[in-house]
Design a binder for this molecule. Structure first.
Ligand code: MN
Length: 412
């Protein structure tokens, strides 16, 4: 494991910043009324790489002067490595470029963060075994908890790119068709069981047209974000058979504002858990392709203080993102630059490792307590839900920024 790399941006040189020189995550920011542009987080600052390319300090075919990272991603792996090398040189302690760069640093506190990339398409998986077992037990009973295909195939569904929003965006509680087992007929009403799903999102940075291997899938993933797949459990329970979730998952999906590159996460690679059934050859991992990323969920009631309601780790996934991406292409399904792949809810073995309120409150049967003494089964209006994540190295951490959203009352 490498050490903290030292930068002349002094706020980047601490063991608690999310954005040391080791990280260099990519985002899109604006200050005041200025147009959004590409930036790189370093300590408490954002480096305006759009201005640096305009000034000739960086040279990436003009791709850094757009308001998303898609064009840069499309340049491919050599460009990805070259930008990281260039930025590391420019920002490291003793760089001859310090005085040229200083005018292009913006305080993160003064900036507004936007969607870091245009989501081409969004696919969400269901690859956490503890989550699948918990939800299956609640929906179908303990005997039928894990579907017979689950240990052989990464289960997923095609979501909506249009519903993906950046952290800080308010979420309006959805209406939908609801029918509890005791009702004779469904009714149309605001969801009373609105929920989160703590996930990681993998971003596809290179296109493919036809089946690709797990190794190629690993190479094509540009980076990762935190992802909250907002879910209306009462809508889901009524609609999900036989084609899976639809309107229950179409309200919004929130992502964190910084793309943490696969390169920055390289020291934290780890293998998926031991296979309970052998996987078909096309799904087998040629090496460790998952990452050790500590995750937590905070719930802040309206005008209240935050309670941390869950802590878990990305290592709980049964399938890695490259396995999911490779599986996604088996049909010949083309993948595009900017495709977003949700991991599935990341729950661990213990009660406080559960990545959804559905699991934390066991379907509402066991409400859990917040630090202010109130309790929750599902999200209440005014609650803010925040995901955080970091890979923890020796004396440094690779953070993602927060992935946060406040739930507003349903429209009248
Ligand atoms: Mn999900």
């Amino acid at each position: 494991m490498s050490d903290l790399m030292i930068s002349w941006v002094t706020s980047a040189n601490s063991d608690h910043t999310q954005f040391p020189l080791n990280n260099l995550p990519y985002g899109v920011f604006s200050v005041g009324d200025a147009a959004p542009r590409c930036g790189v987080a370093i300590g408490k600052m954002i480096l305006d790489v759009a201005a640096l390319e305009n000034a000739g300090v960086l040279s990436f075919e003009g791709t850094l002067q757009t308001a998303s990272w898609n064009a840069f991603m499309a340049l491919g792996q050599d460009a990805w490595a070259r930008l990281r090398r260039d930025l590391t040189k420019l920002l490291e302690e003793g760089s001859s470029q310090q005085s040229a760069l200083e005018p292009h640093l913006v305080a993160m506190a003064d900036a507004q963060l936007h969607m870091p990339f245009v989501v081409a398409e969004f696919t969400d998986f269901y690859a956490g075994k503890h989550h699948a077992t918990n939800v299956g037990t609640m929906f179908r009973g303990a005997e039928n908890a894990l579907p017979p295909n689950w240990l052989h195939i990464p289960i997923g569904y095609n979501g909506r790119a249009s519903s993906v929003v950046v952290s800080g965006t308010d979420i309006v509680r959805p209406h939908g068709q609801l029918k509890s087992p005791n009702d004779d007929v469904p009714r149309f009403a605001p969801s009373a069981r609105f929920d989160i799903e703590l996930e990681m999102g993998a971003i596809v940075g290179q296109p493919s047209n036809g089946p690709i291997t797990v190794m190629d899938a690993f190479a094509n993933i540009f980076g990762y974000v935190l992802l909250n797949d907002w879910s209306a459990r009462d809508i889901q329970a009524w609609e999900y058979q036989p084609l899976g979730p639809f309107q229950a998952k179409a309200t919004a999906t929130t992502i964190s504002p910084w793309i943490v590159t696969a390169a920055a996460l390289e020291p934290f690679r780890t293998s998926t858990t031991e296979r309970e059934k052998p996987l078909l050859p096309y799904l087998q991992e040629p090496g460790p392709m998952l990452y050790d990323i500590e995750l937590e969920v905070g719930l802040t009631p309206d005008r209240g203080e935050e309670s941390i309601i869950a802590r878990t780790n990305y290592t709980e996934m049964y399938y890695s993102a490259p396995q999911q991406l490779a599986h996604h292409t088996t049909s010949g399904c083309p993948m595009r630059v900017g495709d977003l792949i949700g991991s599935g809810t990341i729950s661990g073995p213990q009660k406080d490792n559960r990545g959804s309120l559905l699991e934390l409150s066991w379907g509402g049967k066991e409400p859990f307590e917040l630090s202010d003494g109130t309790s929750r089964s599902f999200i209440e209006d005014g609650d803010t839900l925040t995901l955080r994540g970091a890979a923890n190295g020796d004396g440094y951490r690779i953070g993602f920024g927060s992935c946060s959203g406040r739930v507003l009352p349903a429209r009248k």
